[in-house]
Ligand binder design. Structure first.
Ligand code: ZN
Length: 288
């Protein structure tokens, strides 16, 4: 695993493994949604794209890469009427490991009209940085997809070859890690909420019991952590978003893109429409 934390692997592997995914409705829907204006619904008929919300929209989950420069990201945002939020990973194997690295990253983006974020992946990442430098970020987004293994190391649960034998057993490990992220990590946005590995993705409705959903919502509310509506994985579902909205949580839209998919929102707009999200339901970064 040369780039174990790149969500690009998830996308590329997933696209290659299309035949496997055909059996997993969450993902086939996700990739159907990548068509610009039309999407194939379950029955194969074509339905119109959901409308762009009337409030200002930001894609808070854009990674710059060798297939997406800052200028390209800005252009896509302009074309699609969407503000851009850039994130980079800190930690071992990534370019941001010290205050100086982080400062350089922030200063490098300052001259562009973008929000500047960070997407840590390892629990305990914040020990490497001082608060004054972290405070210069617009937001910190973290997911719970890099599960610590009991025997050391990590399980990268977004990868297509993630093995899960038993859904309940998996949840018994996943929930405590989600709780750890939501209670101990200094974050503003919870990314990829309720994502399940491919082998158990179809058990979404059974595994995300009201108790588990409410636990996440309660913890996020206690620390004012916003919920990412994730364009790639189509999570969380409408039920979760509705409950979170009623609990007063805020939301972000995120493509987790490193290419021309930046600012291309379909599932997010669909959920905004179905759940009646308004401007007041959306996350606003600290720095004005
Ligand atoms: Zn990401």
């Amino acid at each position: 695993m040369t780039h174990p934390y790149s969500r690009r692997n998830f996308l590329e592997t997933s696209l290659v493994a299309g035949a496997v995914l055909a059996g997993a409705p969450r993902f086939s829907r996700a990739f159907g949604a990548r068509k610009p204006a039309l999407s194939l619904s379950k029955g194969g008929d074509v339905s119109p794209a959901p409308p762009k919300p009337s409030f200002p929209v930001t894609d808070f989950h854009v990674h710059l890469s060798n297939t997406l420069t800052i200028d390209q990201a800005l252009q896509l945002g302009k074309d699609r009427g969407v503000q851009i939020g850039i994130v980079e990973h800190p930690g071992p194997g990534f370019p941001i490991n010290t205050d100086a690295d982080l400062k350089k990253y922030i200063d490098g983006l300052r001259k562009y009209p973008v929000r500047i974020g960070l997407q840590p992946v390892y629990a305990g990442w914040s020990k490497s940085f001082s608060k004054p430098v972290l405070d210069q970020l617009d937001y910190i987004l973290m997911d719970a997809l890099t599960l610590p293994r009991p025997d050391g190391g990590w399980l990268a649960i977004w990868q297509i070859d993630t093995m899960v034998d038993d859904g309940e057993e998996f949840m018994a490990r996943y929930m405590p890690f989600i709780e750890q992220v939501l209670t101990t990590e200094p974050i503003d946005i919870f990314g990829w909420p309720t994502f399940l590995p491919v082998p158990i993705a179809r058990q979404y409705a059974q595994l995300w019991t009201p108790q588990r959903v409410d636990r996440i919502i309660d913890l996020a509310r206690a620390r004012k952590i916003a919920i990412e509506i994730n364009e790639v994985a189509h999570v969380p579902d409408e039920n979760f978003i509705g409950r979170a909205k009623r609990a007063g949580l805020k939301f972000t839209f995120g493509t987790d893109s490193r290419n021309e998919h930046a600012a291309h929102l379909y599932y997010c707009y669909q959920m905004a429409q179905k759940c009646g999200l308004g401007e007041g339901d959306m996350f606003v970064p600290k720095r004005k």
